[in-house]
Design a binder for this molecule. Sequence first.
Ligand code: SAH
Length: 241
Amino acid sequence: MIYVIGIGPGSKEMMTLEAINAIENSEVIVGYKTYINLIHEFIKDKEVVQNGMRQEIDRCTEAVKIAKTGKNVAVISSGDAGIYGMAGLVLELVSKEEQKVEVKIVPGVTASIGAAAILGAPIMHDFCHISLSDLLTPWEVIEKRLKLAADADFVICLYNPRSKGRSEHLSKAFKIMSEFKDGKTPVGIVKDAGRENEEKFICTFDNMDFDRVDMTTMVIVGNKSTFIHEDLIITPRGYTV
Ligand code: SAH
């Protein structure tokens, strides 16, 4: 059996019981080392297969190989495994196998949801997730989705917003959205949600502080009715209050 486990954004408190049980039920743990470190207390002396960030295919192929020997193996993703995580890749690989391999996807608190709770209630209404990483998605597709999502007035949660190699992606994204997002639209920035150095910052679209954002940051851009109250961002659901 392969468990594909979302461990939440970082803290033990944001893991589900199902995730903890699945890890405990596994004999081998496969994952990127940063995530393995976050859950070391549940791993104890289990066998661990870890390698770098860009070796996802190797890691998941190894997990399938181990599962075929009859062992229970846990593939670890941060947040939710089905949101820019390992769930899809594991299922794609297994679908190509002749031998049946059981897979169980264990959901987790994704970064947008973890960050939203820290910011107040910025999502509340229709929203979308857009990843600014063009490693697996052509940049033109990302631009089109940003434009149409902003035009449709979705609350927009940006994953993979800014890395050293692609520091200009976030400012380009804001330029595209600026056609539809008012300058006063609230923007929430949460770095390392649920982790040791968690930081929260609230600003407006026009005053966006790009330098606060790195690869472990979630950026949430409000919709036309989103407002800031004290240190919170609120998107009304539509109730009359
Ligand atoms: N499967 C993960 C997402 C992986 S993509 C999930 O469901 O959360 C990686 C991106 O997620 C990062 O670039 C960042 O934008 C976001 N992210 C992951 N963990 C985070 C955290 N603890 N705090 C803020 N953003 C986080």
